[in-house]
Design a protein around this ligand. Sequence first.
Ligand code: GFB
Length: 312
Amino acid sequence: MAYDLAGKCVYVAGHKGMVGSAIVRRLEGEGCEVLTADRSVDLRDQAAVRDWYAANRPDAVVVAAAKVGGIMANDSYPADFLYDNLMIEANLIEAAFRNNVEKLLFLGSSCIYPKMAPQPIPEDALLTGPLEPTNEWYAVAKIAGIKLCQAYRRQHGCDYISAMPTNLYGPGDNFDLQSSHVLPALIRKAHEARETGAASIEIWGTGSPRREFLHVDDLADGCVFLLKEYSGEEHVNLGSGIDIPIIDLAEMVCEVVGFEGTITTDVTKPDGTPRKLMSGDKIAAMGWKPKIALREGIADAYRAFLNGEGKR
Ligand code: GFB
């Protein structure tokens, strides 16, 4: 039975982030009222979250709030990535139950899967092997979020679902080179190298790991699709179905940005997991597919970067 969003109050937690803001934009055409909480509500604080729900009474919730970052940020701040994410998701999910929220969508990450999972990775590969060490703290928190949704569904009959997005990019991304993911980092590096006339840009690791990328507007579309169409215990992968070696991604970004120099590698930096292409069979069978090709999406992300959008 489809969940009709029309006339509902939908709370998007994390609306200032790249993912949350894309979901808010996407919900505009759904005839629902979008609720957001301002930064004064610390989502790690149980009492603050309970008070906000009691005052605002959402019908549906999207858990897009999280502490996120690229490979170095994950590796450098394990306590923050584990504690902050556990608290945020536990508070948002428990308060949803207390306030009779009808539908909740929790967003995780493709790093929940074992480092050596079969490729493309099916949903049932979860918890079948050891995690990638650079991001196991974040992954453990996200696995706990999936399990919380399943537990509230089993014990209390709550219609809480989970989606696992692949590596995301797009307008509103984080372009800070220490904490960002690879795609915004490459956009900034190529842009600054072109502006300064540098001969080369440096990428982290060997360039051989493969990653799958999804534009955040496609992600938002997939999230709204799942909110309306899916009600099941198992999480659902949300990806583009195509992965690419980091060195090829770097070349594509340089082409889009117009940087014609060379690309060097810093092998003292970690590669992380060798490959994490997710299987999109489950959501494809439900009738959803992404629309934005990688090169087109990179051009859109670069336009947003030039426009001053996102974090520097
Ligand atoms: O995007 P990224 O930081 O995250 O890195 P992960 C992807 C790959 O790009 C790694 C390489 O092999 C990096 O070594 N890379 C090359 C770079 N140059 C750069 C650069 O300038 N900056 C960055 N950041 N990487 C994250 C997880 O893993 O993915 C999170 O740590 C989360 O938990 C997220 O799951 C989606 O794909 O390795």
